[in-house]
Design a protein around this ligand. Structure first.
Ligand code: MN
Length: 240
């Protein structure tokens, strides 16, 4: 029998006029480096086609990108909200919800991907951190390149994320405009920034359904903790 690499489906970004998809190549490199085979999922409103594609994947990674349409979590859009892609939201939110319900495909969410899994399961995000959460005193949109750490996070000991990282504290980069506000009922907080901003969530019931607010894919080539997230994810996708 051929020993195939686990097939990891990645959600792409869509540009403003919805004519092109894109993806940071760091995701591809990070998955290949730990033995996975990355494929980009089709940007499609055809749910049957999307599910047929996902069915062949061993896990799904929700990647980074722009803001989430506040109407997806029951709010009107305020001027502080950033650029949104209605079409991308419409693809990702039902997919994240369905994958949580069936438990058989590991899910990793990165940055926007962390927020998407929270919204998909009934949570909310801040439309703009400084506006909606004045107590957040850190610069969550760092002004240096993403390869530099920007703030620490504290990882809760009783979490899957802790079992992967093996540490209660990590230095992470921070390139997000929004952040998790109300945590979805089926998710638990897995990591916090020193100012209280939620930096990771994970499912209370799904064997591997984790979202991180930072960008480990940028650091995975040089940082063992960042690579451990992708290694843990791809290993879970092998069924081991
Ligand atoms: Mn942050």
């Amino acid at each position: 029998m051929t020993d195939y690499r686990p097939l990891i489906g990645l959600t792409p970004s869509l540009n403003d006029d919805e004519s092109r998809i894109s993806l940071s190549r760091c995701f591809i490199d990070a998955i290949v480096a730990v033995g996975g085979m990355p494929v980009i999922l089709p940007m499609t409103g055809d749910a049957a086609l999307l599910m047929e594609t996902v069915e062949r994947c061993d896990g799904v990674l929700f990647t980074g990108g722009g803001d989430i349409d506040p109407r997806a979590f029951g709010q009107d859009t305020r001027p502080c909200c950033g650029g949104i892609s209605v079409e991308r939201d419409a693809m990702e939110i039902p997919l994240a919800k369905l994958l949580h319900a069936r438990h058989d495909k590991p899910v990793l969410g990165v940055c926007r991907g962390e927020q998407i899994i929270n919204v998909a399961l009934g949570g909310t995000v801040y439309q703009d951190i400084p506006t909606d959460c004045p107590t957040a005193r850190l610069a969550h949109r760092q002004k240096m390149p993403a390869r530099y750490g920007a703030h620490s996070v504290t990882i809760r000991r009783d979490t899957k994320l802790y079992s992967i990282l093996g540490t209660e504290s990590a230095d992470v980069n921070s390139l997000h405009h929004q952040a998790v506000d109300q945590v979805a009922p089926e998710l638990a907080v897995a990591a916090l920034a020193p100012d209280g901003i939620i930096e990771a969530v994970e499912s209370k019931t799904h064997p591997f359904y984790i979202g991180v607010q930072w960008h480990p894919e940028v650091l995975a080539a040089t940082d063992a903790a960042s690579q451990a997230i992708f290694r843990g994810f791809v290993q879970a996708c092998t069924g081991n």
